[in-house]
Ligand binder design. Structure first.
Ligand SMILES: NC(=O)C1=CN([C@@H]2O[C@H](COP(=O)(O)OP(=O)(O)OC[C@H]3O[C@@H](n4cnc5c(N)ncnc54)[C@H](OP(=O)(O)O)[C@@H]3O)[C@@H](O)[C@H]2O)C=CC1
Ligand SMILES: O=C1CO[C@H](CO)[C@@H](O)[C@@H]1O
Length: 318
């Protein structure tokens, strides 16, 4: 559920999550850029930071958070920090140790939200993308339902305040809901004006699960050429001109107005500020309808190296 100006979402355990979070995944690693981005974002008003072990930069994020706290810019309790359990760490007996590793890197005693990054388990061990001699990703047969129970134990230990999923389809979420002692508060999924993900969003809303949108701008700069056009979409640009806002702001506002969290990533100062400046305008019903009409059901992050995994999520629900 969103508050009146859509800046805060209430989770099904009563906790709150700021609707705009800074994305921290960057295919080309630049630790200094991540540190600067986090510091600038928090100074600009962001209180939500989206991290993951696989982004391999949680130490940099932690470094920035530490400096912000030492400089009295923010208190730990005013931040909402998310991390994610990677696919090679689904085995229940190694979940806690992997969360503790993220906490150590982030320099935190707890995260606000811990997610299972993908429903597919990969072979456990040191390599985060374990492959055979032919380059094929090696799988593990751990069922995410068992991983979920280990996440619940992490809540009991106070290592994370809330738990959720990422890239799960509705059937997979239902399996979790069927056994959950602690319900998922969140499913992080790719949602943007070119990928409405309506069926999944409707399911999550009906089940009290808040959705946060990864790649809310369509990940321009990502390898998928079709996506780099999202921010240049003529319908989006026209609406943006009407509100005297940028296409990115309209694309993000469209989601937060539906009660969906957004995780725009940027390392550019002006864009970091721009992506947070969403709360002084509201899209009309007819403009929202126009944005619904440009949906193309296309996705950036397919994790297609694991398409034949029994728990691959996107065959049933693109
Ligand atoms: N759960 C999951 O599996 C996934 C989670 N995520 C999360 O979602 C976050 C965001 O997704 P991501 O794929 O990075 O894509 P985004 O849709 O956030 O796009 C990021 C790209 O857009 C550019 N950009 C940012 N703001 C603007 C703007 N206002 N105008 C024009 N261009 C802009 C950035 O450039 P620059 O930085 O140079 O400014 C960057 O190249 C990730 O960082 C990660 O935290 C992402 C993918 C999958
Ligand atoms: O969050 C994400 C960003 O990039 C990762 C590596 O390509 C993806 O696997 C993932 O879903």
């Amino acid at each position: 559920m969103a508050d009146q100006n859509c800046s805060v979402l209430t989770l099904n355990n009563g906790r709150t999550m700021p609707s705009v979070g800074l994305g921290t995944y960057a295919p080309k690693q630049d630790e200094d850029a991540v540190i600067a981005a986090v510091k600038l974002a928090v100074r600009a008003g962001y209180r939500h930071i989206d991290c993951a072990a696989i982004y391999r930069n949680e130490r940099a994020v932690g470094h920035a958070i530490k400096q912000l706290i030492v400089e009295d810019v923010v208190k730990r309790e005013d931040l909402f920090v998310t991390s994610k359990l990677w696919n090679t760490c689904h085995r229940p007996d190694i979940v806690e140790v992997n969360l503790r590793k993220s906490l150590e890197d982030l320099g935190l005693e707890y995260v606000d939200l811990y997610l299972i990054h993908w429903p597919m388990a990969y072979k456990e061990g040191g390599d985060m993308m374990p492959k055979d001699a032919n380059g094929k990703v090696l799988y593990s047969d751990v069922d995410y339902v068992d991983t979920w129970k280990a996440l619940e134990d992490c809540v009991d230990l106070g290592l994370t305040m809330s738990i959720g999923c990422s890239n799960f389809n509705s059937k997979q979420l239902q399996r979790i809901l069927d056994i959950a002692r602690i319900k998922p508060v969140n499913n992080q999924a790719e949602v943007n004006v070119y990928n409405s993900n309506k069926k999944l969003i409707d399911f999550c809303k009906a089940n009290g699960i808040v959705v946060t949108a990864s790649s809310p701008l369509g990940s321009p700069g990502n390898v998928r050429e079709s996506y780099s056009t999202l921010l240049k979409d003529l319908v989006l640009m026209d609406i943006a001109a009407k509100y005297k806002k940028s296409p990115a702001q309209v694309a993000l506002r469209f989601l937060v107005q539906q009660g969906i969290g957004v995780l725009p990533k940027s390392v550019t100062a002006s864009r970091i500020r721009e992506n947070f400046d969403l709360f002084d305008f509201s899209l009309s019903d007819s403009d929202k309808q126009q944005l619904v009409s440009i949906n193309k059901n296309i996705r950036v992050y397919l994790e297609d190296c694991a398409m034949d995994h029994p728990h691959y999520p996107f065959h049933e629900e693109f």
